[in-house]
Design a protein. Structure first.
Length: 333
């Protein structure tokens, strides 16, 4: 089979290699990978910027949709021909995050390969209503938005959600919030993306290049009350603007660091606003299963900016790095 391998840190060390098709152990499942969606984390892993030491050489990628082709002798959750998704966290099934949980495409081998073997606990059934390309976007981006707004945020109809940017997590946040009856404000990096966000269902879209203090029009949209939920995806000093846009007692989910890893904000406004600030690191398997059921129920269609062939992974990563409207996906088979 073919698989992508990074021999040492650096995009120049990413190469397409061959390896034997693995055999599943007694509790494992052999999956023929059909599609893999990409995350900014994948770039960090390849370039050696994820902080923790990575076990090079490694296969990157964490988010797959595929079909079961063989099962181990003691597998009970899946059978041959089932369509499945991988979980981002291997071993986080429910409840609090366990210290022993690990991530595919990092401390564990990734999924940018034609076949992978995974423990049956690290898989869920895919949505019936999505093809593999769109289904592959759920394990990280989709689940992150769901975990922030629904699992931890308790989003209710009539509330206002603000999402930053137009990447995968942001657009899932927009779609899920609208499906739950919320108003959604989107901040974008261009007027063209602003128009696309409105067409997707945003109640209000603000071009940050025209309004660097985007918190002012965001707060005005709410009648000066402030926003109920914010998906903070930028990092750096952007958190201060998020606090300025938030209502008293509102919730900020810290998800992304596209600007700077260190986040700064003025302390006095935070005392007055009394925000709930939560870090969101994707989510557990039980929440992913609930997201899958919701996707089927509301017939949500994830936004895929472009789909690349398996041998075009470097081009797909370059597109991701430039900035996408939604998700970038690699079609494997």
């Amino acid at each position: 089979m073919k698989q992508w391998t990074v021999t040492s840190p650096g995009m120049r060390n990413l190469m397409l290699t061959t390896a034997p098709i693995p055999a599943p152990g007694e509790h494992e499942v052999l999956v023929r990978v059909e599609a893999v969606s990409l995350n900014f984390r994948d770039i960090g892993v390849i370039e050696g910027e994820e902080g923790a030491a990575m076990p090079f050489p490694l296969t990157p990628g964490s988010d797959l949709a595929g079909r079961v082709v063989a099962t181990g002798s003691r597998v009970t959750r899946f059978q041959k021909s089932d369509v499945v998704l991988g979980t981002f966290w291997a071993g986080w099934l429910d409840g609090d995050w366990p210290a022993e949980a690990r991530v595919l495409g990092g401390s564990l081998p990734g999924v940018l390969a034609q076949y992978v073997v995974l423990h049956e606990d690290w898989l869920v059934h895919a949505p019936r209503t999505l093809d593999a390309v769109r289904a592959s976007t759920l394990p990280c981006a989709g689940l992150t938005a769901w975990f922030a707004l629904i699992e931890k945020g308790g989003l209710r109809a009539g509330q206002t959600v603000l999402v930053q940017g137009t990447g995968g997590v942001a657009l899932f946040g927009l779609q899920l919030a609208r499906a739950h009856g919320a108003q959604v404000i989107v901040t974008t990096g261009s007027d063209e993306k602003r128009r696309r966000a409105l067409a997707l269902g945003a109640s209000c879209a603000i071009d940050r290049t025209a309004h660097p203090r985007w918190d002012i029009p965001a707060r005005e949209y709410t009648g000066a009350r402030g926003v109920d939920h914010i998906l903070e995806l930028a990092g750096g000093d952007n958190l201060g603007r998020s606090l300025a846009a938030l209502r008293q007692g509102g919730r900020i989910s810290l998800i992304g660091v596209l600007g700077e890893y260190a986040m700064t904000f003025p302390s006095v406004p935070s005392f007055l606003t009394r925000p709930v600030i939560q870090g969101v690191g994707v989510g557990h398997r039980r929440a992913l299963e609930e997201l899958v059921r919701a996707v089927d129920s509301i017939e949500l269609e994830p936004v895929v900016d472009e789909c690349y062939g398996f041998d075009r992974l470097p081009e797909a990563l370059a597109h991701l790095k430039r900035g996408a409207f939604g998700k970038i996906v690699v079609k494997v088979s």
